[in-house]
Unconditional design. Structure first.
Length: 242
């Protein structure tokens, strides 16, 4: 999208990163070279690092959790607490850090790259795969309009990547399009199954819901309608899989 915007309008989108609990924590700021797809550099006044389970900073390009240093001074831009939930509040503050719950990497230039929520990362045959990067790869294919990636159980690898895609109208009925889409994704990650799905309803924030589908597709490969209270609906208009 960044490249298309630049090509069509001559403007560069400056990506950034923040949470409800914070203000902007990283950004491709004016006057600094933009790396398309990156969250950018830590925002001034914030010590933002990628750390491992031992709360130590990771190596360059190594996956870890995005964290904000809160000692010796806590940034005033950080939230105070989760309302009436001391346990939840305590769970995101460990040692000198506020843990965002988001997985990321840091490159040699210090730019941060978003991978996905910590509880969304798919572990397949020992490899950690972020749904976001797989979805991004799918969306680069001209046949794909929308995508949502989940993990599905596999006897040999623990889990494998499964992608639900909404094809563009002219490509929807063509099996060759589905095969081409699968091939493009397999070039990015080895094993993937891509059922063609005609509708993927999104929440207002446009986030694909990944929490429930793995349980529902474990046996049948189909997704049933979600609970109305969650505003989530997946409808299957094609049983074909490539």
């Amino acid at each position: 999208m960044i490249e298309v915007w630049r090509e069509k309008f001559g403007l560069t989108i400056h990506d950034g990163y923040g949470q409800t609990e914070t203000i902007v924590l990283a950004a491709n700021m004016p006057g600094v070279p933009v790396k398309p797809g990156s969250m950018g550099l830590p925002f001034p006044g914030h010590d933002v690092r990628v750390i491992n389970n031992d709360l130590a900073e990771t190596k360059t390009d190594e996956l870890g959790e995005l964290a904000v240093r809160v000692t010796p001074e806590r940034p005033p831009s950080l939230f105070l607490e989760y309302w009436k939930n001391a346990e939840e509040t305590a769970s995101v503050f460990k040692g000198d850090w506020y843990l965002t719950g988001d997985q990321a990497t840091r490159d040699a230039d210090g730019y941060l790259w978003f991978v996905g929520r910590a509880d969304d990362v798919i572990i397949s045959a020992g490899y950690r795969i972020g749904p976001f990067e797989v979805e991004s790869a799918l969306l680069e294919h001209p046949a794909v309009m929308e995508s949502a990636v989940v993990a599905t159980p596999d006897a040999d690898r623990g889990s494998i990547v499964k992608a639900f895609v909404k094809l563009r109208p002219r490509r929807r009925a063509r099996r060759s399009a589905r095969r081409g889409t699968a091939g493009a994704l397999q070039a990015h990650h080895r094993a993937v199954q891509i059922p063609a799905r005609d509708r993927i309803h999104r929440r207002a924030a446009q986030d694909s819901q990944r929490k429930d589908p793995p349980r529902r597709i474990a046996q049948t490969g189909r997704i049933a309608q979600g609970p109305p209270s969650l505003g989530r609906t997946f409808r299957d208009h094609s049983a074909a899989e490539s």
